[in-house]
Design a protein around this ligand. Structure first.
Ligand code: PLP
Length: 437
């Protein structure tokens, strides 16, 4: 169900009290009039629009609402912390108990020995920029200042800050902003020898880090090809290039392990996290730095300072909410639940692969999946993807297009087997309906 048509954006309309002013992310504001979907409430795997219509949230919003919507415990944690100390900065000597406790907890959960945790305030993009700057600072601090180039992959999504945009491998997101941050190279997402070649071409003495989503997310949900992650990890080690796992989507359970780095035995130098850390109940991220990266800055007597930080880093309320979210994940055994639902989701979606309009179904890594729309059909009819998304929503399920090509499925961890079946059935019905038109 769509909301009331918006008032057109004429100068006269702009003076009317109901003229829209909210500028949506990634939206064509010229054509949004009459198509905005106003979400007012959420509970479990469902959200509700302003007319009371329920939608099964196959996205967990944007891959983050892992404990499900409407969890009162998390609101209670925020209220309790706000009454005590809503916010205080963590620059220089200042700290606070929720930030200290959360950092300790994240370090203990992460498969990163000797981890130190840098908290970031605004989601994954802040954490990506923090990790990129930390990698370069690390090499400067260890006397190898020429190691400043970072390498990322095609299809990659590392957020929308300047560094993350530049590391991204989705041309539609990067092309409008050239020239981008310099000292960045890209390699094909699935080609380990290409990484080695790029390092050798640039010169290992100039390469700081390799950024890698263990499972590519916004680029289309691509699980790693067999052997790929082990190969790139080994290449980075051999050439002394820091391996940075961007686990903004995969961190805190989405692949059926607390971290994909654990599932794929990555032994990363840094892990970037956000979304699932708080299930989105408060914006917060964390960069988990391994002992090697932390050492030059933490070694007794060191004068090195990582000159980086954010006003809301270590925000007590956000940290308290994140801790309560981790409590919920542990208490309800949600990581194990994801592992047990992995084959249920893959089996439910598998029949869609036989549809004429489907190129491929990618599933089998936790609660992450995508249904790729047939390329020839998309070329013949560029409106096909958006029509499918609309048809699916009309049937009460929210999904979206990734890279203009694939439909995202990343539900809350609390989703039931029945609800997974409903997502698959609605997708099938929508593909059938679109095929008939
Ligand atoms: C892998 C990855 N890194 C970074 C980000 C950026 O996170 P945010 O949008 O919270 O800034 C995202 C967002 O989807 C992501 O998927």
């Amino acid at each position: 169900m769509v909301s009331e048509p918006r008032v057109p954006n004429s100068p006269e309309a702009a003076r009317t009290p109901n003229a829209p002013v909210l500028w949506n992310s990634f939206a064509n504001m010229a054509s949004l009039a009459g198509h905005a979907v106003t979400i007012v409430r959420g509970e479990g795997s469902y959200v509700y629009d302003d007319r009371g219509r329920p939608y099964l949230d196959a996205l967990a919003s944007l891959w983050y609402c892992n404990v499900g919507h409407g969890r009162a415990e998390l609101a209670d944690a925020a209220v309790a912390q706000m009454r005590q100390l809503a916010a205080y900065q963590t620059f220089e000597p200042f700290t606070n108990p929720p930030a200290e406790a959360l950092a300790r907890r994240v370090a203990a959960l992460a498969p990163v020995p000797g981890a130190k945790v840098f908290l970031t305030p605004g989601g994954g993009s802040d954490a990506v920029d923090t990790a990129a700057k930390l990698a370069r600072s690390y090499w400067r601090a260890t006397g190898q200042e020429s190691k400043q180039v970072t390498i990322a992959r095609s299809h990659a999504y590392h957020g929308m800050n300047a560094y993350g945009t530049s590391l991204g491998g989705i041309p539609a997101n990067t092309d409008p902003f050239v020239p981008l941050v310099g000292h960045i190279q890209h390699v094909a997402w699935d080609d380990a020898p290409a990484l080695e070649k790029a390092i050798e071409t640039v010169g290992a003495g100039r390469v700081a880090a390799f950024f890698c989503e263990p499972v590519i997310g916004a680029g289309g949900v691509y699980p790693p090809p067999e052997g790929y992650l082990a190969a790139v990890r080994e290449i980075c080690r051999r050439h002394d290039v820091l391996f940075i796992a961007d686990e903004v989507i995969t961190g805190f359970g989405r692949t059926g392990a607390w971290f994909a780095s654990e599932r794929f035995a990555l032994d990363p130098d840094m892990i970037i996290t956000a979304k699932g850390l708080s299930s989105g109940y408060a914006p917060i991220g964390a960069v988990i730095a391994g002992a090697r990266v932390a050492e030059p800055f933490w070694r007794p007597g060191s004068a090195e300072v990582f000159r980086h930080g954010y006003t809301y880093a270590g925000h007590p309320t956000a940290c308290a909410v994140a801790a309560a979210n981790l409590d919920l994940i542990e208490r309800e055994h949600l990581v194990a639940r994801v592992a047990s639902l992995e084959p249920v989701l893959a089996d439910a979606l598998a029949p869609l692969a036989g549809h004429d309009l489907v190129a491929e179904v990618r599933a089998g890594t936790g609660l992450l999946a995508a249904v790729e729309i047939a390329g020839d059909a998309r070329t013949a009819d560029p409106g096909l993807g958006p029509r499918l998304v609309a048809e699916i929503r009309e049937r009460g399920v929210i999904t979206r297009l990734l890279r203009g090509a694939a439909l995202q499925i990343s539900p809350p961890f609390v989703i039931t087997e029945g609800e997974i079946g409903r997502i698959a059935a609605v997708f099938g019905a929508a593909f059938d309906a679109v095929a008939r038109t």
